[in-house]
Design a protein around this ligand. Structure first.
Ligand code: MEV
Length: 319
């Protein structure tokens, strides 16, 4: 007999900020990534429909439909059904998210992780980290072509980690929580286009690019140490150095550079783009005692800004 609990499962997973190493992580560099306070929530219910349906904010699509909506979650769902050996299921998958999409904050990875967690639990499939990671990556590959996995890692495991494509993730212990400010430019963009732009840059200037991959790894390893020691002035200096390489890659914009300059005027240790760039968000590391005044100052012009403490929890089941 199926228990009432097994009829509905809700799972939630956080968005992320990349403190160091975005883009270069795709080419094998180390990155430092942290889960943030905003979460995506996915509820999966058994229901009497004719097929599995995905729904969010008034929009609905069947998992088998070829329309372009919910492409990530469709891939995740089909893969899980295939692995469970039950290709036909009548489920309703409802998505809610506090993470603005197309903003460099890992919204798609968080939705794919939460969907994988909720589906696996409802279908009594394995829910270990490696299994959920692989399912969520199916969705990310559909959306972004060649993702490094750094977004899925942060969303799934939470906390702060040093991530590398080959060696995987190592959790960074924090001596105290750290407040970051996230300033969202409100300009949505496509991660895949930016990864391709970077790939063109790599082909055009391979030697310089290789040096910058090594530099990114060095900065990430140093940032991991600065975070665990709570050395915020040094962490800020490392973020500023990382931004120089991102500028060279061509993933910053004049709007983002203006925002970075404005944020660095006072009471801030460092600031940089986070995620793919080309719009999206920047992260600002304020002096701890000044974070509220920095947030107020930045929010005057950039109304979608918010503060997040790190560390935060990763995937969680809510029922
Ligand atoms: C996107 O959040 C981070 C990128 O490095 C892409 C990836 O690592 O998959 C731009």
């Amino acid at each position: 007999m199926t228990s009432k609990r097994a009829q509905t499962v809700t799972a939630s997973a956080p968005g992320k900020i990349i403190v160091s190493g975005e883009h270069f992580v795709v080419q094998g560099a180390f990155a430092v990534v942290a889960a943030i306070c905003n979460r995506a929530r996915v509820t999966v219910k058994k229901y009497d429909g004719r097929s599995t349906v995905i729904a969010s904010e008034g929009q609905e699509s069947s998992v088998n439909s070829n329309d372009r909506s919910f492409r990530g979650v469709k891939s995740v769902t089909k893969k899980i059904f295939e692995k469970c050996g039950r290709p036909q299921q009548n489920l309703r998958i409802e998505i809610e998210s506090e993470i603005p999409s197309g903003s460099g904050l890992g919204s798609s990875a968080a939705v794919c992780v939460a969907a994988s967690g909720a589906l696996c639990r409802l279908l009594n499939f394995k829910t270990d980290t490696a299994t959920i990671f692989d399912f969520a990556m199916e969705g990310e590959k559909t959306l972004h072509g060649n993702p490094s996995g750094v977004d899925v890692q942060a969303s799934l495991c939470g906390g702060v980690s040093l991530f590398n494509r080959k060696s995987g993730a190592k959790s960074i212990p924090l001596s105290r929580a750290i407040q970051f400010i996230v300033a969202n430019s409100g300009h949505e963009r496509n991660t895949n286009d930016l990864i391709e732009r970077v790939e063109r840059r790599r082909r055009r200037f391979p030697a310089t690019f290789d040096h910058l991959v090594q530099t990114a790894s060095f900065l990430s390893l140093q940032a991991a140490e600065a975070i665990s020691e709570g050395d915020l002035p040094y962490l800020g200096a490392l973020m500023n150095a990382a931004q120089t390489s991102l500028n060279w890659l061509g993933v910053s914009t004049s709007g983002l550079n203006m925002l970075l300059e404005q944020s660095l005027i006072r009471d801030v240790f460092g600031a940089k783009i986070t995620g793919a760039g080309g719009g999206g968000s920047i992260i600002i590391l304020p002096k701890p005692e000044k974070y509220e005044s920095v947030l107020t100052r930045i929010s005057k012009d950039w109304t979608k800004s918010f503060a997040t403490a790190i560390p935060q929890k990763g995937l969680q089941w809510e029922n």
